[in-house]
Design a protein around this ligand. Structure first.
Ligand code: PA5
Ligand code: MN
Length: 190
């Protein structure tokens, strides 16, 4: 890509061909072995992790100073697949800072964004060009509901937000998403 007129510190770009964030400076990969306790069929996930241990998602991040006023961004590529019929998902988290919202802009694929606050669960259908808003205080997890290809989205959030991955154990996502014919069905969570 040709971006030589823009100083590197001041932009990113979605590289559609390679499905990644151009000019990112941090990268994470989550495999089935990292997703302990996420799927109903925990034992099957464990066996799958011991065997093929597929990559479930990749995250390409652009960092910034972790101080008030700064923003972070990341592209998530959530691959297609299931664990015993339950669609691949991200771990999901709550922000540590209670006043930090987030925006997801869907770049490709099909999926659901699950939102959780107390006993209340909401979901947003993700498809290209949908811009989902995650109000402050809501836990969030994405699910790829299509076996045809990855769900890809970019997220923007305040640098001071922080992520809490333990809270979902006490305040779990109230819905789970399963394969059903060529579509999905939303079932009750834990
Ligand atoms: O900022 C976000 O909420 C996203 O970029 C997520 O971190 C990303 O989708 C990966 O999910 P998780 O952080 O729950 O593993
Ligand atoms: Mn977040």
């Amino acid at each position: 890509m040709m971006y030589e007129k823009i100083p590197a510190g001041f932009f990113t770009a979605f590289d559609r061909q390679n499905s990644l964030l151009y000019n990112a400076d941090d990268y994470e990969e989550r495999k089935l072995s990292d997703l302990q306790g996420c799927f109903v069929a925990e034992e099957i996930r464990h066996q799958m992790a011991l065997q093929e241990n597929k990559t479930v998602y990749r995250v390409y991040k652009k960092t910034a100073p972790l101080v008030a006023g700064e923003l972070l961004q990341a592209v998530t590529v959530l691959f297609p697949g299931t664990v015993n019929g339950e669609f691949f998902m991200t771990r999901g988290h709550y922000h540590i800072h209670p006043k930090c919202a987030e925006i997801f802009f869907c770049l490709g694929g099909r999926g659901l964004l699950l939102l959780q606050k107390g006993n209340e669960t909401k979901w947003v259908e993700m498809k290209p060009d949908v811009i989902a808003y995650i109000p402050a205080g809501w836990g969030h997890r994405t699910v790829n509901t299509s076996l045809a290809g990855p769900l890809v989205f970019i997220a923007f959030w305040p640098a001071v937000a922080g992520q809490n991955y333990q809270r979902r154990l006490k305040e779990p996502f109230g819905k789970r998403v399963f394969q059903a014919d060529r579509s999905y069905v939303i079932g009750d969570g834990d």
